[in-house]
Design a protein around this ligand. Structure first.
Ligand code: SF4
Ligand code: SF4
Length: 143
């Protein structure tokens, strides 16, 4: 990408915020925890020394709602920082650590299935050893 275009992209990029959530302690019937938003995993949380933490931070970035993704990969070709990949189910996934929140992918997605994360959409899930997820807490307290 030409440098002038990159300068424009960074100029329109929004600063990434961070949501901090807390919840009641979770027992160890699960192998990991996930914070999900509309079916997208926006944070995976592993146990530390056999205990799950009762809080986590989530980067406020764009993410793909998997139900609407038709695997066209237009977003991948448009992202200026290569923050998007296809997962094992051939669905687009955005890495929030790389995303600069420019919104280009959301504008270009033909099914409008790329959204900016809203804290109200976040819920806590537990994942078992077979990879099945179960809702633990629908509304997370922000700290
Ligand atoms: S542009 Fe939209 S529909 Fe196409 S791969 Fe990306 S997220 Fe999926
Ligand atoms: S993932 Fe989307 S919002 Fe994030 S940098 Fe790439 S094009 Fe911009």
């Amino acid at each position: 990408m030409k440098s002038t275009t990159m300068i424009l992209v960074f100029a329109i990029a929004a600063a990434a915020g961070v949501f901090s959530f807390t919840w009641e302690s979770v027992d160890l019937e699960f192998t990991s925890l996930e914070i999900q938003a509309k079916g997208a995993v926006v944070k995976t949380i592993d146990s530390e020394d056999g205990i799950f933490p009762d809080s986590a931070e989530v980067i406020e970035s764009y993410y793909v709602v998997p139900e609407g993704c038709i695997s066209c990969q237009i977003c991948i070709s448009q992202c200026p920082v290569d923050a998007i990949t296809m997962d094992e189910n051939n669905l687009a996934v955005i890495d929030p650590a790389i995303c600069i929140n420019c919104g280009i992918c959301a504008s270009g997605c033909p099914t409008s299935t790329i959204e900016l994360l809203d804290s109200d959409d976040c819920a806590l899930y537990g994942v078992d050893e077979d990879g099945n997820s179960e809702l633990i807490q629908e509304e997370l307290e922000e700290i």
